[in-house]
Design a protein around this ligand. Structure first.
Ligand code: AMP
Ligand code: ZN
Length: 139
């Protein structure tokens, strides 16, 4: 279902113009206005889901396959040598637009560092405690 006050719903529906690279019944893929790299795309489901926690299973497979297809198209069409599929959930994870979207970020051999982190440290005991807490979260 579309949400009238959601900008990505309106872009996906074609009410707000966008540089569309792909469209089908369920999705529209557009160029990001603030690209991390040349050809940075966003895949938007036409139905409104705030983030992955609301995404239904029948949408999850196709969106990943579309990410693969568009990433490969960027390699062929733009000369990218790799690509990242990135998807943020929640403000603390960097999500700024609360309509599920999958970033497809083409990467180039001389490109900037994106999505890097400094590896932390932990002990075997800490890892076991953390794993236990996550397993409890599965219940
Ligand atoms: P996120 O931080 O994962 O929520 O990503 C939101 C992305 O949407 C950012 O990369 C923005 O540059 C991009 N963005 C925001 N508004 C628009 C818009 N109207 N058209 C295209 N991209 C947009
Ligand atoms: Zn929406």
């Amino acid at each position: 279902m579309k949400k009238d006050d959601c900008i990505f719903c309106r872009i996906a529906a074609g009410e707000i113009p966008s540089a569309t690279v792909y469209e089908d019944e369920g999705f529209r893929a557009i160029l990001d206005l603030g690209p991390a790299a040349k050809g940075h795309m966003l895949i938007l489901p036409k139905d409104h889901y705030a983030d992955v926690t609301e995404l239904p299973e029948e949408c999850a497979g196709p969106v990943l396959m579309l990410g693969k297809k568009l990433g490969m198209a960027a390699m062929k069409g733009l000369g990218a040598t790799g690509f990242n599929l990135v998807q943020n959930n929640g403000a603390s994870a960097g999500q700024t637009v609360r309509h599920f979207h999958l970033h497809v970020i083409p990467r180039y051999d001389d490109g900037a560092v994106i999505a890097a982190w400094t590896p932390g440290e932990n002990t075997a005991e800490e890892r076991e405690e953390i794993a236990q807490a996550v397993r409890a979260g599965l219940e």
